[in-house]
Each structure stands twice: as C-alpha cells, then as structure tokens.
Design a protein around this ligand. Structure first.
Ligand code: ADP
Length: 275
C-alpha cells in the first residue's frame, strides 16, 4: 500500500504516483525502511539482557570468592567471550541498519590531525607489538593541523582498518604502516600491511555485508564480515570513501578519504546496494 509520508518524502502527491514503476519503487523503499527500523529496534532490545549476561559471566570468571572449580571458571570465561562476540555482532547490525534507515547522525567537530594519529598509535602499537609487527605512523609535513569531522566515526573506521591489517598479517609478517596525507580537499588516511593480501576478484566483495574474502580465512581469523561494509557506508555518509589496493599476496592498502572541511551530506544509498 502507498504511504503518504513516503510519497511526500519523494515530493509526490498520491494521485501523481501514476505508474506501476513509481508504486513499486515506493513500496521497496518503504519495505527496506521497515526492515532497517525492525533491525535497529531488535538490536537495541537484545543489548540490555546481553550486557547483564556479560557482567555476570565476568564476575563468575573472576572467581573472587574462590568457590568455583577450574572447569567452572573456564566455562564462565567462554560464556563471556561468546557473549562479547555476540555483542560486537549486534552493535555492527545496529550500526548498519541505522545507516541504511538514514538514522545515523553525524557530530562534526574540529579535530587536531596529530591527535588522531596519536590515538591510533596508542591503541594499536601494543597490539601489533604483541604479534611481533612493527607499527609505524607517518604524517605528511604539510598536513593541515586541523580538520572538521565526526571524530568518533573516523576513529571507528580507522580502528577497523588497523585491526584488520594486524589480524590479516600473520606473525612473521613485517609491518603495518598508517600514513596521513592530503590533497588540499581531503584527508587520506591509509593503512598498509604486509599480510595475506586480497585477490583482485575479491576486492569488491570484501565491502559487501557478511562477506569474507574466503571461508577458510574466516575460520582462521574469525570476525563478522560487517566491519568494512559499515566503514565504507560511514565514510560515504560523510562525503568520503574507502579505496583498496592489493595485488593478492603482498599485503593490502586501504585508504580512507575524508573531506577536510567537514561532512558533505549524501543521499542514503539503496540498502544492500552492490558495492
Ligand atoms: P571481518 O574482519 O570481521 O571478517 P571485514 O568487513 O572487516 O570483516 O572484512 C571482510 C573481509 O575482508 C575479511 O574477512 C577478510 O577476508 C578481508 N580483509 C579485510 N581486511 C584485510 C586485510 N588487511 N588483509 C587481507 N584481507 C582483509
């Protein structure tokens, strides 16, 4: 059925939506909005009880009273780990459905670019070092000192790119390199690794929801296959993008491009549009 609100949003009066094609397009738009709203509500409702499970499982695993056996502590630890994975998945689904429903709000602030590099180095330097990887951060000498952007979202995207770079670079790989550069209009935050690389035929697929380059990689490395989908959607929502270069076996370079002057409003992409 036609919905007056959906028609109004498209600048159409009911009688103007004459053709079947118009009606069909509106129905699809509406159905996908309902789907995204349903997912957003459901994800939200799931988080509250799951948080209680996580807190209680962690208390049990801590075994402060000393009354649990080693096996029971191990079980509590596994419950906590599985719950944490589920929470990450729910948060990812919530983020994706918010972007698709056009409900992801942006909060642009002035960011010191040096600060951004510093935060990422502080967060991931030790993680890379644990795997014996060198983690370097470089900034172009003429990098603007500040930019306008949603800091939380840029950090979320950078976290995804850097944690993937570390995850997909096996021990014995060499390095992960974060570089900040610009072309006067956009910041380019690139993350280069010396890991397993991505084959040319998988370069588009890795940005699609729930897709992983291949199933054996997912078994070996874990993950949800949603990180890059969300990262690219967020980047595009802010008027930027994420690009990928990889020649299949000698590592990958993901680059986040972000307008220096602040988010450029974008029309919402069609849900699950091919990347
Ligand atoms: P996840 O890491 O949870 O699987 P992502 O959406 O972040 O989900 O990544 C999707 C897939 O892209 C990964 O499963 C992996 O196959 C591939 N990928 C992402 N980053 C890299 C990288 N730096 N090197 C090699 N493969 C990568």
């Amino acid at each position: 059925r036609l919905n007056a609100e959906a028609l109004e949003a498209r600048g159409l009066a009911l009688e103007e939506a004459r053709t079947e094609a118009d009606r069909r397009a509106i129905e699809i738009e509406q159905a996908s909005r309902y789907k995204s709203e349903f997912l957003a509500n459901m994800s939200h409702e799931l988080r509250t009880p799951l948080n209680s499970v996580l807190i209680l499982a962690r208390d049990l695993a801590d075994n402060e009273t000393g009354t649990l056996s080693d096996d029971q502590v191990e079980s509590a630890r596994i419950i906590h780990e599985s719950g944490a994975h589920l929470l990450a998945l729910i948060n990812d689904v919530l983020d994706l459905s918010k972007v698709e429903a056009g409900k992801m709000s942006l909060d642009p602030v002035t960011i010191a670019t040096a600060d951004l590099a510093q935060v990422i180095r502080g967060r991931f330097g030790p993680v890379a070092a644990d795997k014996g990887l060198e983690f370097t951060v470089e900034s172009a000498p003429d990098l603007p000192r500040t930019m306008k952007a949603d800091r939380g979202k840029i950090e979320q995207i950078a976290n995804n790119l850097v944690s993937n770079a570390i995850k997909f670079t096996p021990e014995g790989g060499v390095a992960v390199r974060l570089a900040l550069d610009h072309d006067g209009q956009a910041l380019a935050l690139s993350v280069a690794d010396t890991g397993i690389g991505i084959l040319p035929e998988d370069r588009q697929r890795v940005f699609a929801a729930f897709e992983q380059a291949d199933s054996s990689t997912s078994r070996q490395f874990g993950g949800t296959g949603l990180g890059l989908t969300i990262s690219r959607r967020l980047a595009r929502l802010m008027g930027g993008d994420i690009t990928l270069e990889s020649n299949g076996d000698r590592g990958s370079v993901f680059t986040l491009l972000m307008p220096l002057g602040g988010p450029v409003p974008q029309p919402a992409p069609p849900p699950c549009a091919p990347e």
